[in-house]
Structure formats: structure tokens, C-alpha cells
Write a protein that binds this ligand. Structure first.
Ligand code: NAD
Length: 391
């Protein structure tokens, strides 16, 4: 994509702590651009309504205008959106991901010096690529004992010869679709990213030995992509990768979960399905202190939406103490996507220095205090200012 020097970037503030962390992210991103490009590059921020704010102003939680504006933009960024319990309706995040066909979710997980639960957390530097448009998230479900479940079950037992023990009368059924087209476009995105970022070991993860038609097929399709013209010389499937090459390997999900905890340094990129991606990206985030320290991006063809990985944190909303790092790091990732890598690097290094100097929001400061290390506890906006000071 051609990126102009002046870009219109839409943002959705988000619910709960959204109005607190979003201004902090905008401050840090603007300052980094100003410092690096000295006025030659600029972002025009445009607020789009969604969630509680949209409902109060328009009566709708996801107005059409928001989706239309996002479709015209190259990138966007959003805070967390709440899903009201018991009101029915799809989650706003699911609406966004599906209507925009953001088919790959990327979550790079690395350690910036914050309190973390494992020894030597600097070993963690892994990007999880989660397929976003397939799998059990499609919501094709048949509830136990419902009329349509009986019909589906009867079809499998009578027409397809499936054992009654496998599908007893009182069972529920969830359908897990996985397609070649959706898998391959996702795998291509992940391999391109791995090559562009000089990564070495890429694991395709799934439980292919049990779910042969879905996760097994996904793993095989990934290896077919490796043989395509674009990748065949650069993606190897055995031996040592040379400069400009990556090694593609297969790892079973349970094995990967164990490896991540015991030997996180073994993998640079993980390519996986929607449900496995959910588990794996949260486990990986936990290794470096939790989702509050990890950015994420939803990528489609030619556009992307970056977002914080945590939820709305209603319990601390309005107190000015929310940790802005997940959204701010997502902002930096957005700059990298635009090709503004120097500004992104400035944000990463300034955050690292702030954490090294033991300043942060109460969750960070308390984490250090629990380890017996003195730390200064700051409000969301003061922490953002401290990051800017270190640029
Ligand atoms: P949550 O992430 O909002 O909160 C879990 C815990 O982590 C809380 O104690 C909270 O205070 C803390 N926490 C979260 N983010 C923090 C931050 N930046 N700084 C300091 N502490 C933080 O998870 P939840 O309570 O399960 O979800 C609340 C709502 O958020 C739900 O409606 C859920 O659907 C929504 N949600 C949205 C997204 C999204 O928009 N991508 C993601 C997850 C959850």
C-alpha cells in the first residue's frame, strides 16, 4: 500500500477505560512522529463512534457510518468494547472483524522489563498469527435436544453411518469449518511477515492428529503455501534456515503450550487457527505479565485495525489508573504497518526506559513492589508523559 505523509486515522475510543487509555496512546504516537519526522509526517485523528458512546448519541452500538469510514481507511485503532450481558446481539468486535474481513490477527509478544511470572522473560519474543474468519467462531451450533439437533444427528447416524455412541440423543453439536482459501491467505500473511522481519523458526500449530479434516488440513495447506512460487526458495521445511529464509515446522497444540512455558525461545512465529490462536496468544501474553502489555492487530487485504488486547476493565474505569501500554504498543505496531518504523522504535525504547526506571501505572508499580523493588505509581496520563519524556 502507498502511504501518504499525511494520513487520516480513525480511532474508536472504546468503553470502560477506553476514554483514559486512548488519549494516552494518541499523545505518545503524536510525539514520536513529531520527534522523528519533525513535521514532515502527520496523523489526522478522526473519532468514530462505537459501543456505549455510540449508543448514547445514536441509539446504535455499531453505527453504519463507523463501518463505512473504516472501510475507506488504510488503518484504524480501537480501545476495548464491552458486550452488554443479557441484551443479546453479537459482540461488536465480532461484527467489526467479520464485516471488514480482518482475516488474520497478529499478536507479537515480547518483554519490555515489566514484572513477569517466568524466569528470564527476555526469552519470549514470539508473534502469534491467529486465523480470524473460520473455525468454531462461525457460530454454527446445535443445542442439546433441540429439534434441529435431532435432524442433524439423524443425518449423521442414518445417512453417514456415524456410531450412535459418538452422537448420543442428548448431545449438542458445534460445527468447525476450516477452508483452504481462508487458511492459505492467512498463512501467506504470516510467512510474509516472518520473512520481512527476519524471523527464523515458524511453527504451524494444530491438533491435526485428531481433527484431520480441519486442523490437520490447515497444517497441510500451510506446507502447500511454502511450495508456492513466492515462498519456495525462502521457506524451507528442513535443515538450518540461511539468511533471508525461515524454517517452517509442524507442532501439535498441546506440545506447543508446554514448549511455550518451558522453552519460549524456540519459536519466533506461530501460525494457527482461530480457537487455538485464542488459547496460545493468551498463554504467550501471560508469560510476559498479561494482556495489558501486549499489542494486537487485525489485518485484512489492504487495511488493518489495531487494538488493545485486554477488555474494558469496568472495575477501574474513571479512576485514571488504567495501564495504557497495550493500546500504545498497538499504536506503535500501527506505525510499523504504515512503514513509519523509526517512530515505532522510538515508542518501544521509551516504554522500555520508563519501565527500567520503575515508573508505571499502579498495576506495574505493584508488580515491582511484590518483587521487593521500589517503583513509582502514576496515573494513566502521567505515565504517558513519562514515556514521552524518555523519547
Ligand atoms: P478485562 O480485561 O476488562 O478485565 C480483567 C481484569 O484486568 C480486571 O481486573 C481489570 O481491571 C484488569 N485490566 C484490564 N485491562 C487493564 C488495564 N489496561 N490496566 C489495568 N488493569 C486492567 O476483562 P473482562 O472483565 O473479562 O471483560 C470486560 C468487558 O470487556 C466485557 O464486556 C468483554 O466482552 C470486553 N472485552 C473486550 C475486548 C475487546 O474489545 N477486544 C477484549 C476482551 C474483553
Amino acid at each position: 500500500i502507498e502511504v501518504p505523509d499525511r494520513v487520516i486515522i480513525p480511532y474508536i475510543e472504546g468503553d470502560g477505560i477506553g476514554p483514559e487509555i486512548t488519549p494516552a496512546m494518541i499523545l505518545v504516537v503524536n510525539k514520536a512522529i513529531e520527534k522523528v519526522y519533525k513535521g514532515s509526517k502527520l496523523i489526522y485523528w478522526v473519532e468514530l463512534l462505537a459501543g456505549d458512546k455510540a449508543e448514547a448519541k445514536t441509539g446504535k452500538r455499531m453505527p453504519e457510518e463507523t463501518l463505512e469510514f473504516l472501510k475507506e481507511a488504510i488503518v484504524g485503532i480501537k480501545g476495548p468494547l464491552g458486550t452488554p450481558v443479557g441484551k443479546g446481539g453479537k459482540s461488536l468486535n465480532a461484527i467489526l472483524r467479520q464485516s471488514m474481513d480482518f482475516y488474520s490477527a497478529i499478536r507479537p509478544v515480547y518483554w519490555l522489563g515489566q514484572p513477569a511470572p517466568i524466569p528470564n522473560p527476555e526469552r519470549v519474543n514470539v508473534a502469534v498469527f491467529r486465523e480470524n474468519s473460520d473455525d468454531v467462531y462461525m457460530g454454527i451450533e446445535y443445542m442439546p435436544k433441540a429439534e434441529d439437533t435431532k435432524k442433524v444427528r439423524e443425518f449423521f447416524v442414518k445417512e453417514m453411518g456415524v456410531d450412535e455412541f459418538a452422537l448420543p440423543e442428548d448431545c449438542g453439536i458445534t460445527v468447525k469449518p476450516m477452508s483452504e482459501f481462508k487458511t492459505k491467505r492467512h498463512v501467506r500473511k504470516a510467512l510474509r511477515w516472518a520473512l520481512e522481519n527476519g524471523k527464523k523458526v515458524v511453527a504451524v500449530v494444530g491438533k491435526g492428529n485428531i481433527m484431520k479434516a480441519t486442523e490437520g488440513a490447515f497444517m497441510n495447506w500451510a506446507f502447500e503455501v511454502a511450495k508456492e512460487e513466492e515462498f519456495k526458495d525462502r521457506v524451507i521445511t528442513e535443515g538450518e534456515p540461511k539468511e533471508g529464509q525461515v524454517l517452517l515446522t509442524k507442532v501439535i497444540t498441546d506440545q506447543m503450550l508446554m514448549q511455550l512455558v518451558l522453552k519460549p525461545e524456540a519459536y519466533d512465529v506461530i501460525i494457527t487457527q482461530n480457537l487455538n490462536g485464542d488459547y496460545i496468544s493468551d498463554l504467550a501474553a501471560a508469560l510476559v505479565g498479561g494482556p495489558g502489555f501486549v499489542p494486537s492487530g487485525n489485518i485484512g487485504d489492504g487495511y488493518a485495525l489495531f487494538e488493545s488486547t485486554h477488555g474494558t476493565a469496568y472495575d477501574i474505569a474513571g479512576k485514571g489508573i488504567a495501564n495504557p501500554l497495550s493500546l500504545t504498543l498497538s499504536g506503535a505496531m500501527m506505525l510499523e504497518y504504515l512503514g513509519w518504523k523509526e517512530a515505532a522504535q522510538l515508542i518501544y525504547s521509551a516504554i522500555k526506559r520508563a519501565i527500567e526506571d520503575r515508573v508505571g501505572t499502579p498495576d506495574i508499580a505493584n508488580g515491582f513492589k511484590k518483587m521487593g523493588i521500589e517503583a513509582k505509581s502514576l496515573s494513566t496520563m502521567d505515565f504517558a508523559q513519562e514515556i514521552v519524556l524518555r523519547m
